[in-house]
Structures are given as structure tokens and as C-alpha cells.
Design a protein around this ligand. Structure first.
Ligand code: AP5
Ligand code: MG
Length: 238
């Protein structure tokens, strides 16, 4: 985490990072799940498990899963639960997830949440999941979505309004030409918001009711938001 974090961060940073266990980042399209996940990966040294990134990688590689998911994603709808759950199962079996992981974009239906809860309940030594719900207003979401650009090589996330690269259109790290996601149009964003409100908002309520849940404003400097998440997760773990 960068040195521009708030005083809460400084307090957290002077302690050695705890084992975070599974941390779930929830929130509407463009709220900053991926951005925050990358900050938490740096802080805790556990992997980000982003179902959106995994699906896009399958699409790019032309796998059977990618072929099944491509058009659904372009419409802004959700990929069937069974396909996504199988993909997550394979990822969580990898040894780098032992100390924990940052779930980004999963679960986003009640059926996925039930599947995950059962899976975690079956792992006796696992820490229970901590859920973080990120929030910004609709206009911010739209600005974040339409202004987003990604590096196709290192996946660094930029925004032409709030977090532009040093050289217009090119990644600071790789020098690669930045790309815009196929689903980052105003029209597909509207469909993604409809899916979020209908299918994912009940998942937020599900984890709110289970406890170990915190709401965090995702409006403000990236490092300060990450510091707030770290402090909240550590508080819920203690
Ligand atoms: P996914 O890739 O998960 O998309 P999403 O949920 O719509 O979220 P985004 O990735 O668009 O936004 P984000 O919250 O990660 O924001 P980011 O950090 O990039 O899913 C895509 C599709 O895959 C779905 O529509 C569906 O089809 C399918 N899918 C995925 N998971 C699935 C599942 N579990 N089940 C079924 N289908 C599934 O930030 C956005 C922008 O804001 C960036 O430009 C960033 O620089 C900027 N920004 C971030 N933080 C700040 C800040 N604090 N201040 C100013 N700007 C900021
Ligand atoms: Mg994302």
C-alpha cells in the first residue's frame, strides 16, 4: 500500500499482516473491486481471484468455457452458475490460496453464495469469509466504467479521468497500448447494473445477515480506501 494511506493505514501497516483468510469484495460494476483487490494482494500477499478476469482469459484463449461465456458477457448478463463454480473450484484448489484470497466478482448469485458457503464450511481449518461491500453513486460508476482502460499485458487498471497513464494510451509499466473492455459501453453497463440489482444485491444482503460484513465507501483516494478495508477486515477477524 502506498504511503499516502490515512492514519488508519499507518496503524495497520506497522503490524505484520495477518493471515486474511477469504476476503470477499462486492459491489456494482466499476465500483473498484479489481483496483482494491490489487492493493490487498500487495498488503496480504494472497492472490486475487477475479471471476471476470478468469472468464476474460478463457475468452482470449478460446477455451470451451470462453466460447460459452463470450456472448453472455458482451450482453452484460451473468454466466451460468455451474460454469463459474467449476472455474472457481479449480482456482481455489491451487496452493497459493492456502493463507487466503481476495474474491472479486464472486459469488454474485445466491446459488453461487450457497455453493461457496458449503465449500468453506467443509474446510475445517479455514477462517470464515469476511465480506466487504464497496459503494459509490451511479454517476461515479458510469464515469469509472466509460473512463477505464486496461493494460493487456500486466492488467494494470487506469482511468482517463481519475487515474490516467503518464503517456496517453500506453501502460506505465509495460509500455503496451491500453485497451477498453468490450462490455465498458454505456449500453452494456446498463444491462450489467440490471443484473447486479436483480441477482447480486440479494447476495450482499445474504452476507450482511451472516455477519462478518462491512460497508466501505469506495469514493476517495485508492490507498485510503484500501487502508479502510484492511482495518475493517482485521477488526472483524479479531
Ligand atoms: P467483472 O469483470 O467482475 O465486472 P464487474 O463486476 O462489472 O466489475 P468491473 O470489473 O467492471 O469493475 P470493478 O469493480 O472491478 O472496478 P475497477 O477496479 O476496474 O465481470 C464481467 C462479466 O463477467 C460479468 O458481467 C459477467 O458476464 C461475467 N461474470 C464475472 N463474474 C461472474 C460470476 N461470478 N457469475 C456469473 N458471471 C460472471 O475500477 C473501475 C474504474 O474505476 C477503473 O478505471 C479505475 O481506475 C477506477 N477507479 C477505481 N477506484 C477508484 C477511485 N477510488 N477513485 C477514482 N477512480 C477509481
Ligand atoms: Mg473488475
Amino acid at each position: 500500500m502506498s504511503s499516502s494511506a490515512t492514519s488508519v493505514a499507518t496503524e495497520s501497516e506497522i503490524r505484520s499482516p495477518q493471515t486474511p483468510g477469504p476476503v470477499l469484495l462486492m459491489g456494482a460494476p466499476g465500483v473498484g473491486k479489481g483496483t482494491q483487490a490489487k492493493e490487498l494482494v500487495k498488503y496480504w500477499g494472497v492472490p486475487q481471484v477475479s471471476t471476470g478476469d478468469l472468464l476474460r482469459s478463457n475468452v482470449a484463449q478460446g477455451t470451451a468455457l470462453g466460447k460459452a461465456a463470450k456472448e453472455i458477457m458482451q450482453r452484460g448478463q451473468l454466466v451460468p452458475d455451474s460454469l463459474v463454480n467449476d472455474m472457481v473450484e479449480a482456482r481455489l484448489k491451487q496452493p497459493d490460496t492456502k493463507r487466503g484470497y481476495i474474491l472479486d466478482g464472486f459469488p454474485r448469485t445466491l446459488a453461487q453464495a450457497t455453493w461457496l458457503d458449503e465449500r468453506l464450511g467443509g474446510v475445517q481449518s479455514a477462517l470464515p469469509l469476511v465480506a466487504v461491500s464497496l459503494q459509490v453513486d451511479y454517476n461515479q460508476l458510469l464515469r469509472r466504467i466509460t473512463g477505464r482502460r486496461n493494460c493487456p499485458v500486466c492488467q494494470t487498471i487506469y482511468n482517463i479521468y481519475s487515474n490516467p497513464p503518464k503517456r496517453d494510451g500506453f501502460c506505465d509499466v509495460e509500455g503496451a497500448a491500453l485497451v477498453q473492455r468490450a462490455d465498458d459501453t454505456e449500453r452494456v453497463f446498463a444491462a450489467r447494473m440490471t443484473a447486479y440489482n436483480a441477482q447480486t444485491a440479494p447476495v450482499v444482503d445474504h452476507y450482511r445477515n451472516l455477519g462478518r460484513f462491512v460497508e466501505v465507501s469506495a469514493d476517495g483516494p485508492i490507498a485510503a480506501i484500501a487502508a479502510g478495508i484492511v482495518a475493517a477486515v482485521e477488526r472483524l477477524r479479531s
